[in-house]
Design a protein around this ligand. Structure first.
Ligand code: MN
Length: 500
């Protein structure tokens, strides 16, 4: 193991964006290099104001704080402090390189290029544009060191938090872009906490009425459920203590935007939403995760089709946890999420956490011409980097294909009512059917794709309108296992098949 990054002091609990800031004590001192960067940025932005009327330096300092919360390395934090200096002040890249080294200069340059690309774009449609030049520069900036993207996400988070200072038109534009580009990116990087905050902030500007309605709904449901949840928490705590499993248990509240999306998927039927409130249990190791799952199932009745083992089979972005939905003694339906501390940290901070755990030195590797080592679930980043390298060498690549590749393993198809369902690329009609509901999946007799009769072997394509034909007398068939692509549908089908 190489030495630890200097500023990322491990502590027992990951810091939380929602956590109360310690009053006077507990705030770590900035390192001399960071202190110097703050001085430099403060004097460089002197006299500049934000739209809110505050001194401009508030913004880079907020970005610094976010990057610290994500426990990023010192170079990234310094680059965050300086990220707007080259673009907006008299400080040059060579000034930065001379004082802070080429690593920091490299990161600031990347963020500057990224903003330069953005500046020439007038609206959301041009953000991932057909215009080759912008896109090429965007790719090169993004692909060369993923920390550039992390700084950009911190920048966007603070800008989203302060959106209210902008005129309404601009608010909506930035909010939409945040919802469509940055929140999905955060998701792809498994930065769960960031995704939730970005998406909910943005959604509150994109569709304020819907946002308020759903937010109130969630709060009311939580209020109603809170007493029952307390009791369940107590029962679970008792049994875990008895079995001598070390644990932390807490409530997890569903984000507004994910509820909005889930409702769209389930034809606005609240009865289909089982995870409005969930309890999260954090235990020391994987064995304890499965033990806890077993104990929960001995205590309550599990809803079989809602047991998900994302530890054995992680989500595409690397997310790991055990999920189970149970029916309690008082007939309450509760979802539990069980994970280790490391899995939790990774689910909340994602790529940022993987920097911390892997102690990666990205810029150095990149400059040596090495493609960075990343978790396999983030291979798309490697792909991006390889493409960026090809672009730099002047090799030709199909930009259109690359653009699609950014969100490659997903396709979006429609129900006849127009609801969007996202599925992994390669999915078949039965995957779609089981995704809608097991009841639909188990009674499939045929499928219409784009209004025409089709067959169950036909791979779904981006934009297809899929109509599942069902019959009450139909029963699930073993042969369907060959006509299924997703593990989700396979698991559901297996539960419905007669045990042989
Ligand atoms: Mn900025």
């Amino acid at each position: 193991m190489s030495e630890k990054p200097k500023v990322t002091k491990p502590d027992s609990k990951p810091s939380s964006a929602h956590a109360q800031k310690p009053k006077s004590s507990g705030k770590p001192e900035d390192s001399p290099r960071i202190t110097r960067a703050v001085e430099l940025a403060t004097s460089a932005h002197e006299g500049q104001l934000r739209r809110t009327g505050e001194p401009y330096i508030i913004h880079p300092l907020a970005v610094k704080k976010i990057l610290e919360e994500w426990k990023m390395d010192e170079d990234t934090i310094i680059a965050g402090v300086l990220h707007d200096t080259v673009e907006d002040t008299s400080i040059t890249l060579s000034d930065i390189e001379a004082e802070f080294g080429d690593s920091v200069a490299f990161l600031v340059d990347g963020v500057t290029k990224l903003s330069a690309v953005r500046k020439h774009m007038n609206d959301i449609d041009t953000y991932l544009p057909e215009t080759k030049d912008n896109f090429l520069r965007l790719m090169i900036a993004l692909g060369s060191d993923i920390r550039v993207l992390i700084i950009k996400l911190a920048d966007r988070l603070h800008n989203a938090r302060t959106l209210s200072a902008l005129p309404p038109e601009k608010q909506k534009k930035i909010a939409l872009e945040t919802l469509e580009i940055f929140a999905p990116l955060a998701d792809r990087l498994n930065m769960g906490r960031l995704r939730v905050e970005l998406a909910d902030l943005a959604f509150s500007y994109v569709d304020p009425k819907r946002f308020t309605y759903l937010k109130t709904l969630i709060e009311e449901q939580n209020k109603q459920a809170s007493r029952a949840l307390k009791q369940i928490e107590q029962e679970v705590s008792d049994i875990l203590k008895k079995e001598k499993i070390d644990f932390e248990i807490s409530g997890r509240i569903k984000s507004v935007y994910s509820l909005h999306k889930k409702l769209a998927k389930h034809n606005q039927n609240m009865g289909e939403i089982y995870d409005l409130t969930a309890l999260r249990i954090i235990v020391p190791d994987i064995t304890s995760c499965y033990l806890t799952l077993g104990l929960l199932h001995s205590l309550y009745t599990p809803m079989n089709e809602r047991i998900k083992d994302y530890i054995a089979v992680p989500k595409q972005n690397g997310y790991q946890s055990l999920h189970t939905t149970v029916i309690t003694k008082n007939k309450k339906i509760v979802e539990f999420q069980i994970r280790t501390r490391e899995m939790h940290d990774y689910a909340e901070r994602g790529l940022a956490a993987s920097f911390y755990y892997n102690e990666q030195k990205l810029t150095e590797n990149y400059k040596k011409g090495k493609i960075q080592h990343l978790p396999t679930n983030l291979l798309w980043i490697t792909e991006l980097q390889e493409t960026a390298a090809k672009l730099k060498e002047g090799k030709k690549i199909d930009l259109k294909k690359l653009r699609l590749n950014l969100f490659a393993d997903k396709i979006f198809v429609y129900t006849p009512k127009g609801d969007i369902i996202d599925l992994p690329k390669g999915s078949l009609p039965l995957d779609f059917a089981f995704r809608l509901h097991s009841e639909i999946g188990s009674h499939v007799i045929g499928v219409k794709i784009n209004g025409k009769m089709s067959n169950l072997n036909r791979r779904l394509e981006q934009g297809d309108v899929v109509e599942i034909l069902t019959s009450k007398s139909q029963t699930p068939k073993t042969s369907w296992l060959d006509k299924i692509f997703t593990s989700h549908a396979r698991q559901k089908l297996r539960q419905l098949l007669p045990k042989s």
